[in-house]
Every structure is written in C-alpha cells, then in structure tokens.
Write a protein that binds this ligand. Structure first.
Ligand SMILES: [Zn+2]
Length: 297
C-alpha cells in the first residue's frame, strides 16, 4: 500500500500531558504522525485510559504515567478502534488494567489486526521498531453497543457508533465535562482518513460516517478530542460532516455522468484542496472518492 515510509519515531510524549478538565488529562499527539491523542479520565475509585499508542514501548510509557496518575485507583483501558497506533499496545496493560471495548471492535481486532500489523511493519523502520514484540490480545470485557463505566462520581459513556471509519468505531463521552473522544471519526486540520484499500480492506463506509457525524453533533460536546490533530471545540464535528457531505455530493454528481473513478478522484481532490488548503493528508481524498463510488446507489 502506497504510504510514504515514516522517518520519525511515533512517540507518545507523556510530558505533553495537559489537564482539560478536573481529573481529565489529554496527552496530545504534538502533530506527530502515527501518534494518537490519548486520554486519561479519573473518578474517585477508577481511572480510564483511552488509546495505547503504537506498540509496547509507547504503551509502557502510558501505563507508567497512568499508574502514577491513578495513585492506587483501579485502571481501565479502552481504544476507539483497532488501528495500530490506537490499540496495538494493549498487551502491556494486561494484569494492570481491565481492557474493555465494543464487540464490533473486538471482532475487527481479531479479524483485521494481523493484516494491519504486517501492513504497518512495511511503513518504514521506525514503525517496524515501534511494533517489535506486538502481541494482539483479546479485550477482557466486550460490550455490545453501549456501556456506562462508573469511575466513582463520574460515569463515562462508551458508545459503539456503527460502521464508519472502521466497522468497530467507538466514541468515549465524559458528560460532566462535556468532553468527547472521537478516535479517527474526527481529525483536526486533516482530511478524513479513509482506510479504503480494495480488495484487502473495504470496511470504511462514507455514508455510515456521515450519519455518525450527525449523531455526534447532537451530543453537543464542549470539547472534542480528535484521533489526530489539536483538541478542538464542537465546530470541528460540523467541519468533518460538511467535508464528508461535500465529498459525497461532488463524487456522486460525477458518478451520475458516468465519469471514470480516476477522473472523479483528480477533479474532486483539486476541489477539496482548494476548499481546505491548510489541511494535511491529501492522499486520503482519492480513497474517500473510491469509497463513495463503491457506495453509489
Ligand atoms: Zn484509524
């Protein structure tokens, strides 16, 4: 798959940790590729970690941070979806934290995880190094579609969204703080990542994703922690919805006039870059076009 090889180490830097709300910390990605935004959410008796970072070394740094932060409170781990930089460090938390996810995500991890491990090992030496020693472990607790996790005086809502960026996307909402962790359903300052790799992986659904964005907007959060990019206000949800809807409209309008997918991709990419010249990840636009072409009714 045609990614440019990564030349930097994708390190979760716990020194960047910042408090977003009372007993709620984000470790921002620092603009570093293949590093997710990580959350640490505390209650009176338990602490929830959201995302592991890429591979065991990142997860070890995070577990050390979370253990110090928790000061004896019980640890939980969850991940927004199975992609390697979000979930491929979970093995490190075994025995120290209870790992819980939605069922569709657990199925993604079991079915797609090994293939993604191989694919990501091909993304350059730093990524292969980070993934050295990865073992894909099954979650301790699997819920169907929603789970309310009581951390003590704070209930966190874990919600499976249905198929969008992956089959098993999950969001994490902290209602008392108005904070929503979206994983890769939302990126700030970047074009939406469509992991559309036919014939290997065609799980992403642009149509499903648009529906999910409408539902996330309705949760009316105060703060949005995207999968990658800067922590933002709720406006970033509308930005993503608008982008996806425009991508759909522009793709289908051309598909209706029987244009080839290649021509559609070239025209739509030029249009989207013009609309969002400051966004990164331009390679994902044509994959989004491919996905919407396949979903053309
Ligand atoms: Zn992802």
């Amino acid at each position: 798959m045609d990614f440019a090889p990564l030349t930097h180490d994708p390190v979760v830097d716990v020194n960047r940790a910042e408090e977003l709300d009372r007993d709620l910390v984000v470790i921002p990605d620092g603009g570093v590729g293949l590093v997710p935004n990580v959350g640490v959410i505390g209650g009176s008796h338990s602490v929830l970690v959201v995302e592991t970072g890429l591979g065991p070394r990142n997860a070890e740094r995070l577990l050390t941070f979370a253990t110090e932060y928790a000061r004896g409170r019980r640890l939980y781990l969850t991940t927004t979806h199975f992609h390697p930089e979000h979930a491929f460090g979970a093995q490190v938390f075994a025995g120290a934290a209870t790992y819980l996810v939605n069922r569709a995500q657990a199925e993604d991890l079991a079915g797609r995880g090994p293939g993604y491990l191989e694919m990501f090992r091909g993304l350059g030496a730093p990524v292969a190094r980070a993934l050295d020693g990865v073992e894909l472990v099954a979650p301790d607790v699997v819920y169907a579609e929603h789970h309310d996790l009581d951390l003590g005086g704070r209930v966190v809502r874990l919600r499976a969204t249905g198929r969008a960026h992956s089959r098993g996307d999950q969001v994490v909402l902290v209602p008392d703080a108005g904070v929503l962790f979206t994983g890769d359903l939302v990126e700030a300052g970047q074009f939406s990542i469509f992991p559309w790799f036919p014939p290997h992986d065609v799980d992403v659904s642009g149509l499903g994703w648009i529906e999910v964005m409408h539902r996330l907007i309705a949760t009316d959060p105060r703060v949005v922690v995207p999968g990658h990019g800067a922590v933002a206000g709720p406006g970033v949800l509308a930005d993503v919805r608008d982008y996806l809807e425009l991508l759909l409209d522009e793709t289908w309008a051309r598909r209706d006039s029987a244009m080839s997918e290649e021509t559609i991709a070239a025209e739509v990419e030029a249009l989207m870059v013009q609309r969002h010249p400051e966004w990164t990840g331009r390679d994902w636009i044509s994959r989004g076009v491919g996905c919407f072409c396949a979903e053309h009714g």
